[in-house]
Design a binder for this molecule. Structure first.
Ligand SMILES: Nc1ncnc2c1ncn2[C@@H]1O[C@H](COP(=O)(O)OP(=O)(O)O)[C@@H](O)[C@H]1O
Ligand SMILES: [Mg+2]
Length: 312
């Protein structure tokens, strides 16, 4: 069953299309990752999906409910952790969790036992009496994510939840989320960090400039480019005409060219490399360094985003 269904959803701010006709569906019990650079439209998408802002166009069904017609009904069933920090400065960690439980009408006994468990799971026990304003940014972020788990929900939206966390806290949070998904929760998660998306997500959408460039499982994304290799050549001297010299080679996509650094993606890398080397040598162009490696997910991501930039 799909628990999020989005069709041609857009949000414009004046002339900026922050979200540009996205269409996708997210299956229940999975982690769906929204991966994109800063300004890609991740936060705007989360705000649309959680009914905090109204779309310019398109349709949106959350947990089977028309979210545009019935935003409040949706909000009762979901959890949201937004990107911007939100906390009450003078409230202690304990009180923050307690208050959240009360807001969601969790019975007293249940509130107490959930709080105790969350304090442990989020490594907050030793700061439980501390006020939010006296915590580090990472500790506050942990409180902000932890308190969302005070209530039951079917679907949780997290906008860059690991921002400000150190590597060990980051990994702990991702593992905690993985565990919760095993118990039936669905998570919609945004990040600009590819390794995080790869670690946590069943499916990843790559988004840039408001548009979805690809949606697939991490493995399928890798397979799609599986035969492809990335050839990197560093020249001794700047050669502005290098693009035109290499432009005639078949199956040779030059992605980035500053005149000294050439990055080529090709599925026939051996052949392409031979041809490139011949052209360079014929033109008396000297190479400083050269490598050819399988394209990894990080490069697929960067490449998609770069191609998207050059298409504009
Ligand atoms: N309230 C707003 N008013 C005007 N422009 C906005 C607003 N919110 C977001 N934007 C613009 O929309 C684009 C996407 O922003 P955002 O969704 O925050 O991206 P991300 O979360 O991926 O970094 C950016 O160009 C941003 O400047
Ligand atoms: Mg954002």
């Amino acid at each position: 069953m799909s628990c999020i269904k989005v069709d041609s959803l857009s949000k414009s701010y004046g002339s900026i299309k922050a979200v540009d006709e996205i269409t996708m569906s997210v299956k229940s019990g999975k982690v769906f990752g929204f991966l994109g650079p800063n300004g890609a439209g991740k936060s705007t998408t989360i705000k649309l999906l959680t009914t905090l802002i109204h779309p310019s166009e398109g349709s949106l069904t959350i947990l089977g409910i028309d979210a545009i017609k019935n935003p409040l009904k949706v909000r009762h069933k979901i959890g949201v952790v937004l990107q911007q920090p939100s906390y009450e400065p003078t409230l202690s960690v304990e009180k923050s969790l307690e208050k959240y439980g009360m807001m969601w009408n969790v019975p007293k006994k249940e509130r107490k036992s959930r709080m105790e468990k969350l304090l442990v799971d989020f490594d907050l026990t030793e700061f439980r009496k501390k006020r939010n304003e006296d915590l580090s940014i990472g500790q506050r972020r942990r409180v902000q994510v932890a308190r969302e788990f005070m209530h039951d929900m079917d679907l949780l939206f997290l906008d860059e939840p690991t921002a400000g966390l150190d590597p060990s806290a980051r990994r702990k949070l991702l593992d905690y989320l993985k565990d919760r998904v095993k118990t039936g929760l669905t998570i919609f998660f945004t990040t600009h960090i590819l390794t995080e998306a790869e670690y946590l997500c069943d499916e990843i959408a790559i988004i840039d400039k408001g548009k979805i460039l690809a949606i697939d499982t991490p493995d399928a994304l890798k397979n799609r480019f599986g035969k492809e290799k990335t050839i990197k050549i560093h020249l001794l001297e700047n050669q502005q005409e290098i693009s035109s010299l290499l432009s005639g080679i078949p199956d040779c996509k030059i992605d980035f060219n500053t005149g000294t650094n050439i990055i080529i993606h090709s599925e026939k890398s051996e052949l392409v490399l031979m041809k490139v080397l011949r052209i360079l040598s014929d033109n008396g162009i000297k190479i400083d360094d050269l490598s050819a490696v399988p394209t990894n997910l990080e490069e697929i991501f960067l490449k998609m985003v770069e191609e998207n930039v050059s298409n504009h």
